[in-house]
Design a protein around this ligand. Structure first.
Ligand code: 5GP
Length: 144
């Protein structure tokens, strides 16, 4: 998948938005959806995706859509920080398979980092769903 790959309306995240696939969400409005990454790099790894923008990556998104999305990323990242009290927070966004992108619907990663816990590899090991639900509950509560 190159940087110029056309948007596929049946990608996993588009199907999550349409409710065809499940997700453990922490935030949802008309413009953006945030949910737990099921192959998390750390405890609390969360994804934020645009709901209306049919953007494969950062380059083909409208700047207006991007500005709404980054505001939602900040909002959700604040919730993750408040809920889990990490030592640091990594924001990541990959474009093209060569850069590590595996799902071709624009998204931002919020990756809380804990000094005493390592980072797992990208899109690697499936999480325990009960643990993800519990983390999501804490993030939702922090978001109010
Ligand atoms: P990318 O590699 O495109 O930057 O990020 C895609 C992310 O989506 C990865 O971190 C991967 O773990 C996550 N992911 C892949 N499939 C699913 C899924 O079905 N549900 C959820 N919640 N996350 C997924």
């Amino acid at each position: 998948m190159s940087l110029d790959t056309a948007y596929d309306p049946d990608n996993i995240f588009a199907r999550i938005i349409r409710g065809e696939l499940p997700a453990i969400s922490v935030y949802d409005d008309d413009d953006a959806l945030a949910f737990m990454d099921i192959f998390p790099q750390t405890r609390g790894h969360t994804l934020v995706i645009p709901k209306k923008a049919r953007a494969t990556n950062f380059f083909d998104a409208d700047v207006a859509d991007l500005s709404v999305l980054i505001a939602r990323v900040q909002h959700v990242a604040r919730g993750v920080r408040k809920a889990l009290k990490p030592d640091g927070v990594r924001l990541a966004q990959f474009n093209g398979a060569a850069a590590g992108q595996t799902v071709f619907h624009l998204h931002f990663h919020i990756i809380p980092v804990f000094e005493s816990e390592g980072l797992k590899r990208h899109a690697g090991e499936k999480a325990d769903m009960a643990e993800l639900e519990a983390l999501a509950g804490r993030i939702r509560a922090a978001l109010g």
